[in-house]
Design a protein around this ligand. Structure first.
Ligand SMILES: Nc1ncnc2c1ncn2[C@@H]1O[C@H](COP(=O)(O)OP(=O)(O)OP(=O)(O)O)[C@@H](O)[C@H]1O
Ligand SMILES: [Mg+2]
Length: 241
């Protein structure tokens, strides 16, 4: 399975954020997306699955048998950095509802799902609007497991999870990579080295695939910082002159 992006551009008014990006992601690998605050990572995810309008470009999901379909919210699972959930339901009500609308609902055990993200029964029965950020992230993760979309976008998914759950979730994400295309953005470089097969940098409105030998390099962190810093200096120069 492949996700092919061809000539994707996005501007907000006159502010260009993504400029002519062409790239190919494949299943079986976890891609780490790294970029400074405001580089356009969230915009990139939203443009790919059609949550926001793109100025131009095509995003196509190609199966191993060659059949192709445009990427949309229907074939994408998404953990938003700011969770969007039905706050008027309890966590348990929402997850039960999601299970009930699946074709093969009998394959899910709601208790096992909640156990996987370590959310106890008392918390499951509270309204989502009273949840902490990390608890909302856990509910979002469960939606990924249940809907099982072929493409998964994780926008800073582990940042607000406690260390125990983050470690469990890392293991689950690793298990899912075989038959999914997984792209996750993070500012935590250690996480990128732990989890990713490939690193992609979003800078200067373009995506660049880094040589993945860098992941094992002891100067990895300094090199990434230098790359992103150089980019920042260039922007500052441009805006001054
Ligand atoms: N709805 C919007 N309208 C106008 N400009 C926007 C909008 N959303 C994002 N931007 C701008 O687009 C640029 C990219 O923002 P985006 O949120 O995609 O960055 P990001 O890489 O996800 O940042 P962070 O690491 O802080 O999450 C920023 O300059 C931001 O101000
Ligand atoms: Mg973002």
């Amino acid at each position: 399975m492949k996700l092919k992006i061809n000539n994707l551009s996005k501007s907000y008014g006159l502010h260009s954020v993504l400029d002519g990006i062409s790239f190919e992601f494949e299943s079986g690998k976890i891609y780490g997306l790294i970029g400074k605050n405001g580089a356009g990572k969230t915009t990139f995810f939203h443009c790919l699955n059609g949550m926001i309008h793109r100025n131009c470009g095509e995003v196509v999901l190609t199966a191993d048998d060659g059949s192709a379909q445009p990427l949309s919210q229907r074939n994408t699972g998404f953990i938003e950095s700011t969770p969007v959930l039905p706050e008027f339901l309890t966590g348990r009500e929402f997850i039960q509802f999601l299970i009930d609308i699946q074709e093969e609902k009998e394959k899910f055990s709601i208790d096992e799902l909640f156990e996987a993200v370590d959310l106890n029964r008392k918390d499951q029965e509270k309204l989502i609007k009273t949840y902490s950020h990390g608890m909302k992230n856990k509910i979002q993760l469960l939606t990924l497991f249940i809907c099982n979309s072929p493409v998964l976008f994780l926008d800073e998914p582990l940042t607000s999870l406690d260390v125990v759950v983050a470690s469990d979730i890392k293991k689950i994400i690793l298990k899912m990579k075989k038959d999914h295309i997984i792209i996750f953005s993070t500012h935590i470089l250690q996480l990128a080295t732990d989890l990713c097969d490939e690193l992609v940098i979003l800078h200067d409105k373009k995506l660049t695939l880094l040589d993945n030998r860098m992941l094992n390099n002891k100067n990895f962190e300094d090199e990434i910082i230098q790359l992103l810093k150089d980019d920042g200096d260039a922007e500052i120069c441009e805006s001054r002159f």
